[in-house]
Design a binder for this molecule. Structure first.
Ligand code: ZN
Length: 294
């Protein structure tokens, strides 16, 4: 290890490299399967950007230096609330309200939104309901500009948008109907241990639309056909991750108990770094000031 970068942890940035589909089409060879390239991960540490894929197979250290600074206001906080906030910001920000996790509880219409202007931009805007395969099929919701980031953050190997709706609240109601028939959680241990078996997500979509026809029709009646749209013909996105070796048993580093996480980086999936010695959920330590050594 010869390089140390100091800064506050933040969610890893992800990018899907373009595949060489164009080459495959123009090739005179009979169509060979073109392997998708893995997600490219970058770790932001304040103003630094550390490309992580080149570090696969290398020894790394992440050492918590002891300070947590709120991702919103910068004040020092003994604990991190809601992924990197101080307690006052956690109580004040609309993005930390429980309706963000449970959008069917949106209370914007009651006039009690913590930050109506923020909500206009983040909640009262088009959302997608999707199926993703991370540790089996699950349903989820996301804003359009978070595709495919949201899927990658969950470690999904396949994802398919199945509905477009006009607000976050509506996406919550749709999700509520669909999760009577399909999971809405990822089993993160299973997600880290292997890639889930491939599933025909379009077939699952068609079956769900049938099973939930009544509920979806009611939502269309309530909000209008333009607000609640089924997407019958979207393509399933296949996602590859940079992984040399899957862990056989999962142990998690906990920087609050032991400030040093170290090992050989053998993979990256979702927002987890997989070391030969254990895994660490980078998102959980948002706003922790660390030394990153490689
Ligand atoms: Zn704060």
């Amino acid at each position: 290890m010869h390089e140390t970068t100091n800064g506050h942890l933040a969610k890893m940035k992800v990018a899907l490299p373009l595949t060489s589909t164009a080459n495959a089409e123009t090739s005179v060879e009979p169509s060979l399967e073109v392997d998708a390239l893995p997600v490219e991960y970058t770790l932001p540490l304040d103003d630094h950007r550390v490309p992580l894929n080149p570090l696969l197979g290398q020894s790394l250290q992440i050492e918590f230096a002891g300070a947590i600074h709120c991702t919103n206001c910068g004040r020092a906080s003994k604990k991190s609330f809601s992924q990197g906030h101080c307690y006052p910001c956690f109580k004040k920000l609309a993005s930390c309200d429980s309706c963000i996790m449970s959008p069917e509880k949106c209370h914007f219409d009651q006039g009690t939104c913590r930050e109506p202007e923020w909500a206009e931009q983040f909640c009262m805007t088009d959302h997608f309901v999707y199926l993703a395969n991370s540790s089996g099929v699950k349903v989820g919701i996301t804003r359009g500009n978070q595709i495919p980031t949201r899927w990658i953050d969950q470690g999904a190997t396949q994802a398919l948008p199945i509905m477009r709706v006009a607000t976050r609240y509506q996406s919550g109601l749709v999700e509520d109907a669909l999760r009577q028939h399909v999971a809405d959680r990822t089993n993160w241990r299973a997600m880290l241990k292997s890639n889930a078996e491939a599933v025909d997500l379009a077939a699952v979509r068609d079956q769900l639309f049938e099973q939930c026809a009544k509920e979806l029709a009611e939502l269309s009646d309530r909000f209008g056909l333009l607000a609640i749209q089924q997407l019958d013909a979207a393509d399933t996105l296949e996602i590859e991750y940079p992984i040399i070796e899957f862990p056989t048993k999962i142990s998690s580093f906990n920087l609050d108990k032991n400030p040093l996480a170290e090992g050989t980086l053998v993979g990256i999936k979702g927002q987890y770094l997989i070391f030969d010695t254990g895994v660490i959920n980078i998102r959980k330590y948002t706003s922790y000031q660390i030394d990153f050594r490689h």
